[in-house]
Design a protein around this ligand. Structure first.
Ligand code: ZN
Length: 309
């Protein structure tokens, strides 16, 4: 029989830490499976989402001896619940344009409740995926949602077709800026060639530029960026550092008091100088993530040296 946990955990609880009350101490495999079933039954009523349980060895000395492989400890093991599935209809397929110009198809679904959450979108990944699963607009489909990941389309119920379904024509130009969308040979992704002239790439690029791991400008979020782009104040990342010129005009906007303008401008000012590594990462060059940015920064040592190449 699985037992409530004691020992170390009870001590933590006594100290005032929050400890998950569903945790159980299990003596054998039958206990583990009984606990898995028990939590599975309670899952729908929990005030948070879970996608499975984790079995752990509850002795620190054993944990030390077992160690870990890469980032996976050998003393803990996840046992996932089966993904929740549901039947719905694809109303439309939209294209989203990402920071690097990638065109990503998204299925708009007739809203359906899956494990207590209303789902109305599912990712379709890329055009090959649509072709491979033969997904058409108007199709009845099985979708699934596992944990907190974006819902996916498992398969099309092709027997339920009425003949009114339409094949999706993947666009060869960007739906936002209308520049050519190019798919290089051997790649799965088609990309808008508009660069920063594309409103979608500009918006996503600026969000990345000011994000925490990049320039980390406090108070400059998606809402402000969208507004400043609409006003024509920001057309390139460099324009962020000229927002001071707009402080009078900013005061006329809804939601900008003297204090918040001052705070925003000083948050921008303190980032006029940042580390090279962050700067390279902030540029959002495709395939240059934080690790590569760090290597480039180490290699060049300064922005001047890098630009001189
Ligand atoms: Zn575009």
């Amino acid at each position: 029989m699985p037992k409530p946990i004691g020992g170390f955990w009870q001590t933590l609880r006594d100290f005032g830490f929050s400890v998950n009350d569903l945790s159980r101490r299990c003596d054998d495999v039958a206990d583990l499976l009984a606990t898995y079933q028990m939590i599975g039954r309670q899952r729908i009523d929990l005030p948070y989402d879970i996608d499975g349980v984790v079995y752990k060895i509850d002795r620190h000395d054993y944990q030390q001896r077992l160690g870990q492989v890469a980032r996976a400890p050998r003393w803990a093991m996840a046992h996932k619940f089966p993904a929740e599935q549901a039947k719905t209809v694809i109303d439309a397929i939209d294209i989203q344009v990402g920071r690097t110009g990638a065109l990503t198809p998204v299925a708009r679904l007739a809203p359906i409740s899956v494990s207590g959450v209303i789902v109305s979108n599912a990712t379709l990944h890329n055009e090959d995926e649509i072709a491979r699963k033969d997904i058409r607009i108007g199709d009845r489909v099985i979708i699934q949602r596992a944990g907190d990941v974006i819902p996916q389309i498992v398969r099309v119920l092709s027997d339920a077709r009425t003949g009114n379904e339409t094949i999706f024509d993947f666009p060869e130009s960007c739906p936002v800026c209308h520049a050519a969308a190019i798919r290089p040979e051997g790649e799965a992704v088609r990309r808008c060639s508009g660069g920063l002239n594309c409103a979608a790439q500009l918006f996503e690029g600026l969000k990345h530029f000011v994000a925490r791991d990049a320039f980390d400008i406090e108070g400059l979020g998606a809402r402000q960026i969208e507004q400043f782009i609409d006003l024509g104040w920001v057309q390139t990342p460099a324009d962020i550092f000229r927002l001071g010129d707009k402080s009078a005009a900013m005061a006329e906007l809804d939601g900008y008091g003297d204090l918040s303008i001052k705070k925003l401008l000083s948050a921008i000012d303190v980032r006029r100088e940042i580390g090279l590594e962050r700067f390279i990462y902030a540029l959002g060059i495709r395939q240059v993530g934080q690790a590569t940015a760090r290597l480039l920064a180490l290699h060049y040592g300064s922005a001047e040296a890098m630009l001189a190449r």
